[in-house]
Design a protein around this ligand. Structure first.
Ligand code: SF4
Ligand code: SF4
Length: 977
């Protein structure tokens, strides 16, 4: 308790954190030495005490392996499990090897380390899970070298250092065995687990040099991010761990796309404690929870012969075989796999669980693994878990899950597998890659196949620069239903295309001769509107990029009396082939150009190709429609500075990225920076662009005698609209040609900054976690800078990317992580704070509430010659709403006053008008009606009704107060006008 006596207290005041000067700082640092020296002894004592209490013994350096080992590996942390298994196996086959496990890294007790080594040691190999570019070695290696140099008695062993496992790269016992066998010269720094064909550092190892014991059950499950697979498997680990004597382990691999992306669960059940810190490569049970995944990668690779294979199949048992890809059929036959199927999708849908197939498939897992746990025990435990997990959401959800169990028990069927394997199919690259650039075929395609681990070092860019526009090659085919268009009743409103979070449904208006060669059944209508007169119009879905989220159908206003809409969701299996052909043709129809349409309108913007497409965002995402719109309005002239968060993940996550290019090869350039400095990052881009422009203009001026009228036209160019920018590009093109023929050092310098002569805008993008919380200091700095940057805040009112923690944008009474009892304080009003500067353009928008206002705000913000800020309401799965209705739900957010729409334009104040225009009317929808549709508010009412009532009343007051303040501000004319 000594440290408590040292607490700061006015009862015994002291001062800490003084600014120390050269006269004393050095001595003060050395004064703490005795404490560092004492730590190893203290830790050893505590470890001994822990052993007495629990029977589990640790020491600061632990030796395992042969007592007379000549070669010893040194590791710490996550390598210990795999390294221990490898050393154990090597010793069992008579090798003189050992392992030192470092438990206390700093302070590094050099003498204790040397004591831990067997005296017989001749060479030491040290593994670090880090890379220190430019250093003579990695940190643990350096410590080991220093310890041996200073403390080893006798001839010093040779020391080698190597790197493994960066960014969670696998480290297996086979790799550890490779390291132990490698006899490269000392001080050569190696890598293990990759193929380094550039500096040739990699250790060779045999991946088949290691097999897990036969009595360990190894189950691998492939699922989608939103289907509940991971949750169910965590649950199974718990159930088996608690109801049997087996040791259980679960490890879950997510690709960092959002829901709808692949998850792989690795589960081990063993009669002994499990120290295997690596993924399962030879499963004894395999489950594929989404049928469509089978065609994408070799999932059955290395499944142990005779294993059970559980497949969620939309086809009955007697039909499933014919729909399996040929290579999957071959593997099943060759490996004598038992194939079991269940139509989990239909069962989940029928009992009201939507796409959550987890309960059905978990039941089947227990049915097929009754040697692990008797079925009745498993089912009883599952029901218990269901009540505990879903009870808070009400009895209906619990009953739906119970029903799913009962239905699953009756629906699981075994497929009769033919005895003879079908002939092999010649492997040809998937057609999506036929026209792909070389890099995409060589690198991106391999990553998409899940084989990125096999790419050699030489395949990767040295500076992290990757091509854009690669999501178009990743046909995820996630949708079970896709929208089918009826041109007879469509009104050309373009709401569907604007609202689609995945740019999977598009509009094109084209001249009739573009229809030549159209596939049978390609649909079109006469385009409405005078500006499109003589053109035809098609609304087309890309069936393999659609997620089936239903947002487009929900926003479509064209409906017949019997409820049939201009877009209806239909079974993808019935429509996929036709719509694929239609999409392929549609893609070839030339899109209209920016100068040909009324760009600043809902329909005009949607006739332009999006330069943000097919992102891996959650189905129905509320953020991505804004980015897509931004790319349509200005995509060929922008650089995006993107804060870390959801938008950096669906926007810049390998293997494929959604930012893309137009026919001319132009499109948004994109870079990501951290939560804490993204606003400054974007401002830096602006300053660099301004500097480049300034220098370019000076050089054009200096070359005026040679360039003549061209120089004058360039310097005087009006680039305030797409036509002006297009004209300037033509001039710059001519300038490049002229400069190429000039033998002048100024011409060379101008060539290096010439792009600065064409208008380039900076958009700083991020979520509320960035803008309201962690990056706010920097954002405020940028707001105050007066520089011409545009800021887009995708306000989902929660840290969406990390699982829904409360941010300062979270409204009062909403339940979020870290606010499980409902957030007790009101949300911060970023818009009002920005308006207080007076010279910042500020707009609050909600696309689903008013699409025209959103388009107008983006256009005004881009045109404003200073800082502009758009705060965009972005519904998220964390809100607990039905995401297919997220756009129409936004209407309620605005109409209830929860999210008032406005635009604050300092240019209006200069004209003597109120700067603030309220685009929302006085609230007409009762606040409770809006809240009732959101689980984040409803949850509190179920758990703590009294607290909920009070917090919700305060939340309603927040809304009223803000509305009245905005109303007053909208009446304010500037002083002196
Ligand atoms: Fe886009 Fe969703 Fe409609 Fe598919 S269902 S086209 S992803 S809005
Ligand atoms: Fe046509 Fe409906 Fe799309 Fe509007 S939303 S363009 S009416 S399909």
């Amino acid at each position: 308790m000594e440290h408590r006596a040292r607490a700061l207290s006015p009862e015994s005041p002291v001062i800490r954190g003084t600014a120390q000067n050269p006269d004393v700082f050095f001595q003060a640092r050395e004064a703490a030495n005795p404490f560092y020296l004492a730590v190893p002894g203290i830790v050893t004592e505590e470890m001994d005490r822990f052993a007495e209490l629990t029977g589990r013994r640790y020491s600061i350096f632990e030796y395992r392996g042969a007592p007379d080992a000549e070669r010893v590996m040194v590791v710490m942390g996550s390598a210990v499990g795999a390294a221990s298994e490898a050393v154990e196996a090597a010793v069992a086959r008579g090798e003189r090897v050992g392992l030192v496990v470092v438990r206390l890294y700093r302070p590094f007790d050099k003498a204790a380390f040397c004591r831990a080594l067997p005296p017989s040691v001749r060479s030491v190999v040290v593994l670090d899970r880090t890379k220190e570019p430019g250093a003579p070695g990695e940190p643990l290696y350096m410590d080991v070298v220093a310890a041996l140099a200073e403390e080893w008695d006798g001839e010093m062993p040779k020391v080698t250092g190597g790197r493994y496992g960066l960014s969670s790269k696998e480290f297996t016992p086979a790799m550890a065995l490779g390291v132990l066998a490698d006899d490269r010269p000392p001080r050569e720094h190696f890598t293990v687990g990759i193929v380094d064909d550039v500096t040739h550092t990699s250790v060779r190892y045999n991946p088949y040099d290691w097999h897990e014991p036969d009595d360990v059950v190894r189950a691998v499950f492939y699922g989608l991010g939103s289907d509940g697979t991971v949750g169910a498997n965590k649950n199974s680990v718990r159930i088996i761990g608690e109801h049997t004597d087996l040791y259980a382990q679960g490890y879950f691999v997510y690709d960092s796309k959002k829901s709808g992306s692949q998850t792989v669960s690795h589960l081990r059940f063993s009669p002994r404690p499990i120290s295997s810190t690596y993924l399962i490569t030879e499963p004894t049970f395999i489950a594929v929870h989404q049928f469509g995944m089978l065609g994408r990668a070799d999932l059955l690779h290395h499944t142990v012969p005779g294993s059970k294979f559980l497949l969620n199949s939309p086809y009955p048992a007697d039909e499933t075989w014919q729909y399996l890809p040929r290579d999957v059929q071959r593997t099943i036959v060759d490996r004598h796999l038992e194939l079991w199927v269940v139509d989990a999708g239909s069962i989940a849908m029928e009992v009201g669980l939507g796409n959550r197939v987890n309960t059905v498939l978990q039941t089947c897992f227990f049915m097929l693994n009754q040697d692990l746990l008797p079925l009745d025990v498993a089912i009883a435990a599952m029901k218990e878990e269901i009540s505990a997990t879903y009870g808070k959401r009400g009895p209906k959800v619990v009953e739906q899950n119970y029903a799913a169990i009962e239905r699953a028990l009756a629906a699981l069927e075994q497929v009769k597998v033919p005895e003879v394997a079908p002939p092999p199919v010649e492997t040809t690259p998937p057609s999506a890659f036929e026209d792909a650039p070389d890099f995409v075929r060589r690198v991106t395609a391999v990553m998409m196949e899940g084989k990125g681990d096999l790419l050699p070092v030489s395949a990767l860019p040295v500076d992290g620069t990757f091509p854009t526009g690669t999501t178009r090659y990743e046909k995820r085919a996630l949708a079970t239903e896709i929208p089918i268009w009826d041109p007879e009743i469509c009104t050309d409103c373009a709401r569907c295309a604007l609202a689609c979070p995945h740019a999977a449904i598009r509009l094109k208006a084209y001249l009739p001769d573009a229809l030549g060669g159209a596939p049978e059944g390609f649909k079109y209508k006469e385009a409405a509107g005078r500006d499109l007169s003589g053109r035809l119009l098609t609304v087309q879905v890309s069936p393999d990029d659609c997620t089936g989220c239903g947002v487009c159908v929900d926003v479509c206003p064209a409906q017949t009396a019997d409820g049939h809409k201009a877009l209806d969701l239909r079974d993808v299996l019935e429509h996929r082939e036709r719509e694929r052909a239609n999409w392929e043709f549609f893609e070839k129809i030339p899109p209209m150009g920016r100068t040909e349409v009324k760009l600043a309108s809902v329909k005009g913007s949607q006739l332009i190709e999006p330069l943000f497409e097919f992102s891996g965002a959650c189905a129905g995402c509320g953020e991505t429609p804004y980015l897509k719109l931004m790319s349509q309005l200005f995509g060929d002239q922008i650089i995006v500075a993107n804060a870390t968060g959801c938008s950096s993940i669906y926007g810049g996550n390998l293997p494929t990225t959604p930012w893309t290019v137009d026919e001319e090869g132009r499109g948004p350039a994109w870079a990501n920076s951290l939560f804490e400095d993204n606003a400054e990052f974007g401002l830096g881009m602006r300053l660099a662009l301004d500097h480049m422009e300034e220098e370019a203009r000076l050089l054009v001026l200096a070359l005026l005698p040679e360039l003549g009228q061209l120089a004058i036209d360039i310097l005087d160019a009006d680039q305030s609209d797409p036509a002006g920018i297009a004209a300037q590009r033509e001039r710059v093109k001519e300038l490049k040609e002229r400069l190429a023929g000039m033998d002048d050092v100024l011409a060379r310098r101008l060539e290096s900054v010439i792009d600065g002569l064409v208008k380039t805008d900076v958009w700083i993008v991020g979520g509320d976690g960035w803008a309201y919380d962690i990056g706010y200091g920097g954002l405020d700095h940028v707001l105050a800078s007066g520089r011409n940057v545009n800021i887009l805040v995708l306000d989902s009112q929660v840290y969406s990317n990390t699982g829904g923690q409360a941010s300062k944008a979270t409204p009062r009474a909403a339940v979020a992580k870290f606010a499980s009892g409902g957030k007790p304080t009101a949300r911060k009003d970023l818009g009002l704070m920005a308006m207080s500067y007076g010279n910042v353009y500020v707009a609050q928008v909600a696309m689903g509430a008013n699409m025209t206002q959103t388009v107008r705000a983006f256009t005004e913000a881009a045109a404003y010659p200073g800082v502009s800020l758009i705060i965009a309401y972005s519904p998220c799965i964390a809100h607990g709403i039905e995401m297919s209705t997220q756009m129409t739900h936004q209407k309620k957010a605005a109409e209830s006053g929860f999210w008032p729409l406005y635009r604050f334009d300092p240019r209006r104040a200069e004209e003597g008008k109120p700067a603030l225009v309220l685009d929302s009317r006085e609230p007409t929808v009762p606040f409770e009606e809006f809240l009732a549709e959101e689980g984040r508010f409803g949850m509190l009412a179920r758990v703590n009704p009294a607290e909920a009532e009070e917090l919700l009343a305060q939340a309603e007051q927040d809304v009223r107060d803000r509305w009245h303040l905005l109303e007053r501000m909208a009446e304010l004319t500037p002083a002196g006008s």
